[in-house]
Design a protein around this ligand. Structure first.
Ligand SMILES: *[C@@H]1O[C@H](CO)[C@@H](O)[C@H](O)[C@H]1NC(C)=O
Ligand SMILES: *[C@@H]1O[C@H](CO)[C@@H](O)[C@H](O)[C@H]1NC(C)=O
Ligand SMILES: *[C@@H]1O[C@H](CO)[C@@H](O)[C@H](O)[C@H]1NC(C)=O
Ligand SMILES: *[C@@H]1O[C@H](CO)[C@@H](O)[C@H](O)[C@H]1NC(C)=O
Length: 714
C-alpha cells in the first residue's frame, strides 16, 4: 500500500477529470481513500487525529513491514570500506556519509564538532630473547599486511605514555587483579622491574596497567584469549584506551568546543592523572602463548590453574627477556557528532534520543557500525513514514557519536554542553553500540523501561527461530536472559545515565566476539560469522525503532516505576546480605516504600488519563503533560550534586554507576560499594560510619525520586 502513495497524491492535485472518469476516480478513491485519508499528507489541524492510538499502531506496523536486511547490509559495507579511527580523514568521511544519508532522506541534520585530546601510535616494537639463545620479533602479522594496503592503525593502547624497556624479565600476572598479585607474592614472585604479561579479565585496561605499575612493573603486555572460529583469529590484537574517566581530558566536566573555550594544558596534573604511569601494548593470543610457554621461574599458583591452559606451568620472572618500545603521540583533533532531528508535533520540546558511535579502531563492522547501519535503516524507515503522514508527538533525535573508543568522548562532550536542556527535556536515551556480535539478544535498561522493552520484544521476530518472537526466546528458560542494569562504563549511555540521569536502554545481539578491536572486525567477518543474512541487524533495528516510536508517540510516557521499586528492593536485599549486623539498611527500606507508593499513584493516574485518550480538552492535555514531566524527572532524583567520591564526582547517579573497585560484587549503589572498598583497612567504628553515611545518601536519592514522581512540594 505504501508505494501507491505518490500516485494517489498526483490524482489529488490533477485537474478536474471529465465526468465519466470522475466515477472511476471515486471508485479508486474508495479503495485507496480510507487508507490515504488516515495518512493525510497535508498539514493536519492542531488537535490532530494522527496521534490517536489506531494511527500510532498503524505506523508501528508500517515501521516493521519496511524492514530490509539488504539496505542494512549496504550501509554496513559502505561504512566499513576503510578503517576510520576518530580524528582521521576516513573518519570524517564516515561523518559525511551519515550526514548525507540523513539529508538525502529529507531529514533535518547537522554535524557538531568538538576539540578533544586523542592519542595515536608513532613507533612500536617488541622482541623476546629466549633461554635457548634464539630471539624473536613478536609477530604483528594481523596488522602489517593491512597497514600499507588500508592504513589499519598498529596495535596500541590509546593514551599509553611513551617508553622503552630493554632486557626486562617477563612475568605472568594472570588477570592483573589484586588477588593475582597476592598469589604471586605467596609464590615468592616479585614483578618489580619486570614486563608484566596479563590476560584480559574483569578489570578495565587502565586498572590492569595501574595495578602492575603499583607493583613496580616497567611495562604491560595485555592479551585477550581468543579461541573463536576455530582459532582463526588468534593473531588479532585488541586495541583499546587506557584512559580512566570519561570524555575529553582537556575539558573535564565541560564541552571541548571548537572556537575558544577553556582547555587544560596537556601537561596539567589533572590531565596526566587520567593516564597510566607506565607504557603498555596489546598482544595477540598467539604471541602471548609463545611468551608464556617460554617462562621458567615459579609454578603457576594453584588457584589459577583451572582457568589456564595445561601447558602453562610456570609464570617467571624470566628467563625470557623482553625489549619493549612504544612511542605514541597525544594530539588535539576535531571530532564530529552527527544528528538528525524529527520534530515532534505536539511536544517538540521533549526528546527521545537514539544513539550509536561511529568511530572504530579498525573497520568496525561489529564495533560499532552494525549499530550505525541499524540507525541508518531506522532513519530510512522513519522518513518513509513521514511521507505517509506520520509526525511523532515528541521530537526524535538520531545521534551518531564520534571518539567513543577513546573514552566516550563525543557523547560526553555533547551531554556536558546540553546538560540543562537534557535534564529538563530528555525522555529517554536508547543506545546501541555493537548491534550484532553473534547469537542471542541482550538488553540493559534503567528499570522503569523494563515493561516497555518486553512489550516491544513481543512484536519483533527472532531471526534465529523458525517462527517466534524475541520475547518467546527470552522467556524460554534461559537464565542468562535478564535485563541487566547500566552501572558499567562501556558505551555512550554513560553520560546520559550516570551524569544526566536520563532513563536509558542498551541493546545488542551476541557478546564476546573474537575479533573485538582487531583488524579482523570487517564486513567479511560479519558476513561469514556474525550475521550472514543480516537478519539479526533487522531484529535490533526493529526493537530500537519500536522503542522510539512508543516513547515518542504515546500520550503518556510508557514508564513503569513499580518495576524500579521492585528492583530497588532486590538491590537492598543483596546489599543487606553482604553487610554485617552493625549496619542498617532500614533508611533504604523506608525510602523505597515511599517511592513505591508514589509509583503506584502515578500508575493509577496514568491509567485514568489513558482512558481519556481521545479527549482534546485543554485540562486533560495539561494533566498529561504534568504527569509526563513527573515520570521524566523522577530518574533525575537519583542524581546527587556531590556525585561519587575519590575524584569521581562527575558520576552523579547513586543507584547505577561504576564502583571505584572494578571487582566489586555490587553492580548498583556505587557509593556504598566504594565505601565498603575504601573502609577495608579502617577500624570497625570508622568503617561503620562511612558505609552508613553512603546508605543514607542513597536513601535520600530515592526520596528525591519519590518526591519528583509525586510532584508536590512538602
Ligand atoms: C569534515 O571535516 C571538515 C574539516 O574539519 C569539517 O569542516 C566538516 O564539517 C567535516 N564533515 C562532517 C560531516 O562533519
Ligand atoms: C620487590 O622488589 C623491589 C625491588 O627489588 C623491592 O623494593 C620490593 O620491596 C619488593 N617487594 C616485595 C613485596 O618483596
Ligand atoms: C627457543 O625457544 C622458543 C620459546 O620457547 C621457541 O619458540 C623456539 O622454537 C626455540 N628455538 C629452538 C631453536 O629451540
Ligand atoms: C536477506 O534475507 C534473505 C532471507 O533470509 C536472504 O536470502 C538474503 O540473502 C538476505 N540478504 C542479505 C543481503 O544478506
Amino acid at each position: 500500500m505504501a508505494q501507491l502513495w505518490p500516485k494517489s497524491t498526483t490524482m489529488f492535485t490533477a485537474k478536474p477529470p471529465p465526468p465519466l472518469a470522475t466515477f472511476l476516480f471515486i471508485i479508486i478513491l474508495c479503495i485507496l481513500g480510507f487508507y490515504t485519508l488516515h495518512y493525510a499528507h497535508s498539514p493536519p489541524p492542531q488537535q490532530t487525529p494522527l496521534s490517536n492510538p489506531q494511527n500510532a499502531l498503524r505506523f508501528r506496523q508500517d515501521f516493521l513491514s519496511t524492514a530490509s536486511n539488504s539496505t542494512v547490509a549496504d550501509y554496513l559495507r559502505a561504512l566499513t570500506m576503510h578503517p576510520h579511527l576518530a580524528g582521521t580523514k576516513p573518519s570524517n568521511e564516515t561523518a559525511s556519509y551519515v550526514l548525507n544519508h540523513f539529508t538525502g532522506l529529507g531529514l533535518e541534520a547537522r554535524s557538531v564538532p568538538y576539540r578533544a585530546l586523542l592519542s595515536y601510535p608513532a613507533h612500536s616494537s617488541l622482541a623476546a630473547h629466549f633461554s635457548n639463545g634464539t630471539s624473536a620479533d613478536l609477530p604483528l602479522a594481523e596488522w602489517r599486511d593491512r597497514e600499507n594496503r588500508d592504513g589499519v592503525v598498529r596495535p596500541y593502547h590509546a593514551y599509553s605514555p611513551s617508553g622503552s624497556v630493554a632486557q626486562a624479565k617477563a612475568v605472568f600476572a594472570n588477570l592483573g587483579r589484586d588477588e593475582d598479585y597476592r598469589a604471586l607474592g605467596r609464590a615468592g614472585v616479585n614483578v618489580s622491574g619486570c614486563v608484566v604479561l596479563a590476560r584480559k579479565g574483569p578489570l578495565p585496561r587502565f586498572a590492569v596497567v595501574e595495578k602492575a605499575a603499583a607493583h613496580g612493573a616497567l611495562a604491560v603486555l595485555l592479551y585477550a584469549e581468543e579461541e573463536g572460529e576455530g582459532g582463526r583469529f588468534r593473531n588479532g590484537f585488541e586495541r583499546g584506551t587506557v584512559m580512566r574517566g570519561m570524555g575529553d581530558p582537556l575539558s573535564p566536566g565541560w564541552a571541548g568546543v571548537v572556537d575558544g573555550g577553556e582547555s587544560l594544558d596537556p601537561d596539567d596534573v589533572d590531565v596526566s592523572r587520567r593516564f597510566p604511569k607506565i607504557p603498555s601494548m596489546p598482544l595477540s593470543t598467539e604471541a602471548a602463548e609463545t611468551l608464556l610457554g617460554s617462562l621458567g621461574g615459579a609454578l603457576a599458583p594453584a588457584q589459577w590453574r583451572d582457568s589456564l591452559p595445561p601447558w602453562l606451568g610456570r609464570v617467571g620472572p624470566g628467563p625470557t627477556m623482553v625489549d619493549f618500545n612504544y612511542q605514541g603521540e597525544n594530539k588535539v583533533a576535531t571530532i564530529q557528532d552527527v544528528f538528525a532531528v524529527i520534530r515532534g508535533r505536539e511536544e517538540p520540546d521533549r526528546y527521545v534520543l537514539l544513539g550509536n558511535h561511529r568511530d572504530a579502531w579498525t573497520y568496525g563492522a561489529v564495533d560499532p557500525n552494525s549499530g550505525t547501519a541499524a540507525l541508518l535503516d531506522i532513519a530510512r524507515r522513519f522518513a518513509h513514514m513521514m511521507r505517509l503522514g506520520w509526525t511523532p508527538r515528541r521530537t526524535i533525535v538520531l545521534c551518531s557519536w564520534d571518539a567513543e573508543e577513546f573514552g566516550m568522548i563525543g557523547s560526553t562532550e555533547w551531554v556536558e554542553q546540553n546538560l540543562v536542556n537534557l535534564g529538563s527535556k530528555a525522555v529517554t536515551y536508547l543506545n546501541v553500540d555493537c548491534a550484532v556480535q553473534g547469537p542471542g539478544f541482550f538488553a540493559g535498561a534503567t528499570p522503569q523501561l523494563d515493561n516497555l522493552l518486553l512489550e516491544v520484544m513481543r512484536k519483533v521476530k527472532d531471526p534465529d527461530l523458525e517462527d517466534g518472537t524475541l520475547y518467546q526466546k527470552w522467556t524460554a528458560g534461559n537464565s542468562l536472559n535478564t535485563i541487566s542494569r547500566l552501572g558499567r562504563v562501556d558505551s555512550d549511555f554513560t553520560a546520559f545515565v550516570h551524569h544526566a540521569g536520563v532513563p536509558s536502554i542498551d541493546i545488542y545481539y551476541g557478546r564476546d566476539f573474537p575479533v573485538y578491536h582487531t583488524a579482523f572486525d570487517s564486513y567479511d567477518w560479519m558476513r561469514s560469522y556474525g550475521d550472514p543474512f543480516f537478519q539479526r541487524h533487522v531484529a535490533v533495528a526493529g526493537v530500537w525503532g519500536l522503542l522510539a516510536l512508543h516513547l515518542a508517540d504515546e500520550s503518556i510516557i510508557p514508564f513503569n516505576y513499580l518495576s524500579y521499586a521492585e528492583q530497588l528492593k532486590v538491590h537492598t536485599e543483596v546489599l543487606s546480605n553482604s553487610l554485617d549486623a552493625t549496619l542498617s539498611v532500614s533508611p533504604l527500606i523506608s525510602s523505597i516504600q515511599e517511592f513505591a507508593s508514589a509509583a503506584k499513584k502515578a500508575e493509577i493516574e496514568a491509567q485514568k488519563l489513558r482512558e481519556q485518550e481521545s479527549s482534546t480538552s485543554e485540562s486533560v492535555t495539561l494533566k498529561k503533560r504534568a504527569l509526563n514531566d513527573r515520570l521524566m524527572l523522577a530518574e533525575r532524583g537519583f542524581l546527587d550534586a556531590d556525585g561519587l567520591v575519590d575524584g569521581r564526582h562527575w558520576f552523579k547517579h547513586l543507584i547505577y554507576g561504576p564502583p571505584s573497585d572494578p571487582e566489586s560484587k555490587l553492580d548498583f549503589f556505587p557509593g556504598v560499594a566504594d565505601a565498603i572498598y575504601r573502609s577495608a583497612g579502617m577500624s570497625s567504628r570508622e568503617r561503620q560510619a562511612l558505609i552508613q553515611h553512603e546508605i543514607w545518601r542513597v536513601a535520600r536519592a530515592i526520596q528525591r525520586a519519590a518526591s519528583a514522581l509525586r510532584g508536590d512540594l512538602t
